[in-house]
Design a protein around this ligand. Structure first.
Ligand code: MYR
Length: 131
């Protein structure tokens, strides 16, 4: 289960990823230390998410397989959806500003939540520990 309170523990290739996403250097430096915390509550195919970071606090709801809108901390708007395949969450999102695709997965491994992001052939990981 993905349910729980997940606190960011470490990043892999995240600064490079943000650079390819077009995030400026100052925001990249800040984002590397954003203290991101995600609370996931899944009930059937519905998710409630509480996200807090140094940048913002937000709550959202989505249903697996149903398209929703999501804005990144820098204001970049995405549209897309999550599905679950086996023990992996798979997200396919499209940037509204340039139509390019951002894919993401979440998996629990060794008690950690590993979120992978992929954009323009560049991958990053953000790894969370249960709070
Ligand atoms: C959620 O389930 O937490 C809400 C939906 C998440 C959508 C995908 C997030 C991609 C984040 C990419 C970060 C890139 C920063 C430049």
């Amino acid at each position: 289960t993905f349910n729980g309170t997940w606190k960011i523990e470490r990043n892999e290739n995240y600064e490079k990823f943000m650079e390819v996403m077009g995030v400026n250097v100052l925001k990249r430096k800040l984002a590397l230390h954003d203290h991101l915390q995600i609370i996931l509550e899944q009930t059937g195919d519905k998710f409630h998410v509480k996200e807090t970071s140094a940048f913002r606090t937000l709550e959202l709801d989505f249903v697996l397989g149903v398209t929703f809108e999501y804005s990144l901390a820098d204001g970049t708007e995405l549209s897309g959806s999550w599905t679950i395949e086996g023990d992996m969450m798979k997200g396919v999102f499209t940037r509204k500003d340039n139509g390019k695709q951002l894919t993401t997965t979440r998996i629990i491994q060794g008690g950690e939540l590993i979120q992978m992001y992929s954009y323009e052939g560049v991958e990053a990981r953000r790894i969370f520990k249960k709070a």
